[in-house]
Design a protein around this ligand. Structure first.
Ligand code: G6P
Ligand code: ZN
Length: 582
């Protein structure tokens, strides 16, 4: 057994190591500065209680982006030096964010050990490579991101740090499964490299009926396509969709994880998942030939998802509503009923209507997955989702891209259980249109104005807040812009009181609510890296089944006009069009 020594290394603080709930994200070049990652990791150890470090079991892995393998070796050595008992590493440093959450919650080591936390190495949907982004975040014992109390403490520690601890261990081979034992001043230290998919696959099998999904995926009537955008989802897709569920290998696109995501932007939306979008018969450069019946994509760390039907896009807001409406029938995990459902404030109210119909507890929380975690820990929420391509459930404490795909496949399998040998296939589009006919449709679009001057964005938001003090003035502007738009009946800045811990989150976005259920929401992004990003969310509710089939941009055009007039978008930002429309 290799015996190691612990060294104390002198260091000085770096500016700007404040982690958000999605961790610390910076360019690789920043992370590669000597002591930069070490300072952050030591500051995290120092922010945790002693029993979460000394003698503890930690998970370290991520989406496989450039610099991950170096980072794993650094963190392993520092863990040993800080008295951690064992580190679990996914083979080749790969674990999706949802898989890390599952491993923390579910995995039991050979000696009965359980993990109490994880360093997740990811910058989510941001591009990777030597000139792109790297990221690190810490997740707690419940499998969810560290709460603000801890992230604030980590940040404080980074501003005063003077030294960190490291051990003179040799690099561990993380390409081969197995355990390596070391011996240090405080006793034994182990590094266990394990299969990245096993625990996650086991959890998915306990939630979904794999046999019924297999019947669907192997039916000649059904065609399928999954795009991992060269992110870590590839490590799970081959195993789950092909090996376990019988999909053809040719149905996997970009499913080999790459350190630079093949040079692409690993974000599953209509703009960045170009190849999938073309294959599904959508977009300007759509492929010739018959598209598959079902398509889906994931982001770099596989927590986001996009769901597509043949020549058909399912908005994330509709997706969570449809999953909630069908879960009890289609997914064994939910067969005894849903504890409640939740969505983020800017996500459309499609889920609200389902909750009302099914008499379910319902929560509207600010943007950010952490708010759902609290509800789930308290047993108040089973299914939740966000407009930003995040969907998930209380099986873990992160959103889960592959779970969302399995949920959709379960619904399709259930609706087609008698059709696979004869009869017409019920398609994704059929399911969505039927849902609209039953519950009404929430036409929905999001306009992003990226890299706007930060002051201009602040002024625009201040203008909108001030305007809310006079609804008469607001309605004057609305009527002058479009006489066919209904009246604004309420305006506010969204504030949330957490029903579990009573904490209050204010200034979570500006809302204009209309008499007919339409909503205009303005928010500043919390994840942009340059300048400010203004997000404008536009939503209109249509109950009449005869009118739910329109093109959404066309249906929303009057509200868009009103939104631009109310906010004086062009005056404040100089922009006559958004950067991205989703
Ligand atoms: C991350 C979080 C999501 C959140 C999103 C919002 O992806 O994990 O929970 O919805 O950021 O981003 P924004 O840029 O709109 O603040
Ligand atoms: Zn992500």
């Amino acid at each position: 057994m290799v015996v190691f020594k612990v060294t104390r290394v002198q260091t000085t603080p770096f500016d700007g190591q404040k982690p958000g709930t999605s961790g610390l994200r910076k360019k690789v070049k920043v992370f590669k500065q000597p002591h930069y990652l070490e300072n952050f990791v030591q500051s995290t150890f120092n922010a945790l209680t002693a029993e979460k470090v000394r003698g503890a079991t930690l998970v370290v892995s991520g989406d496989g982006r450039y610099f991950s393998k170096d980072a794993v070796q650094i963190i392993v050595k520092m863990s040993a030096a800080n008295g951690v008992r064992r580190v679990w590493v996914g083979q080749n440093a790969l674990l999706s964010t949802p898989a890390v959450s599952a491993v923390i919650r579910e995995r039991v080591g050979v000696d009965g050990s359980k993990a109490t936390g994880a360093f997740i190495l990811t910058a989510s949907h941001n591009p990777g490579g030597p000139n792109e982004d790297f990221g690190i975040k810490y997740n707690m014992e419940n499998g969810g991101p560290a709460p603000e109390g801890i992230t604030n403490k980590i940040y404080e520690n980074t501003t005063t740090i003077k030294e960190y601890l490291t051990a003179d261990l040799p690099n561990v081979d993380i390409s081969a499964i197995g355990v390596t034992n070391f011996s240090g001043p405080e006793g034994q230290f182990d590094v266990e490299v394990f299969d990245s998919a096993n625990d996650y696959v086991k959890l998915m099998k306990s939630i979904f009926d794999f046999e019924s999904i297999r019947k669907l995926l192997t039916s000649p009537k059904f065609t399928f396509c999954y795009d991992a955008l060269h992110g870590v989802a590839g490590a799970y897709a081959a195993r789950i969709f092909v090996e376990e569920l019988g999909a053809k290998e040719s149905s996997l696109l970009n499913c080999v994880p790459k350190e630079d995501f093949g040079g692409g932007h690993p974000d599953p939306n209509l703009t960045y998942a170009k190849e999938l979008v073309a294959r599904m018969g959508l977009g300007k450069s759509r492929s010739e030939g018959e598209p598959p019946e079902f398509g889906a994509a994931a982001d770099g760390d596989a927590d986001r998802n996009m769901i597509l039907g043949k020549r058909f896009f399912v908005t994330p807001s509709d997706s969570v509503a449809i999953i909630a409406a069908n879960a009890v029938d289609s997914v064994p995990y939910f067969s005894t009923g849903l504890k409640g459902v939740a969505r983020s404030m800017p996500t459309s109210a499609a889920l609200d209507v389902v909750a009302k119909h099914l008499n379910l507890k319902f929560f509207e929380v600010p943007t950010g997955w952490k708010f759902f975690g609290n509800l789930m820990d308290a047993g108040l929420c089973s299914i939740c989702g966000e407009e930003s391509f995040g969907t998930g459930s209380d099986h873990i404490r992160e959103k889960d891209g592959i779970w969302a795909v399995l949920a959709w496949l379960s619904i399709l399998a259930y609706k087609n259980k008698d059709n696979l040998n004869g009869g017409k296939l019920v398609t994704v589009e059929d399911i969505v249109r039927k849902h609209w006919a039953t519950y009404g449709r929430h036409y929905y679009t999001r306009f992003d104005y990226e890299n706007v001057d930060a002051n201009a964005a602040k002024n625009l938001m201040a203008h909108l807040v001030k305007l809310q003090s006079s609804l008469a003035e607001v309605n004057d502007i609305v009527k002058k812009a479009r006489s066919d738009v209904s009246k604004v009946v309420h305006g506010d800045e969204f504030e949330y009181k957490d029903p579990v811990d009573g904490s209050i989150s204010s200034h979570q976005g500006i809302r204009y609510l209309f008499e007919d259920g339409s909503r205009l929401i303005f928010r500043l992004s919390g994840t942009g890296s340059e300048g400010a990003t203004i997000r404008l969310y536009i939503e209109q509710y249509e109950k009449d089944p005869a009118k739910t089939g329109r093109d959404s941009q066309e249906a929303l055009a009057p509200l868009v006009e009103v939104a631009l007039k109310l906010s004086k978008m062009q005056e404040f930002t100089g922009r006559c069009a958004p950067t991205v429309i989703t």
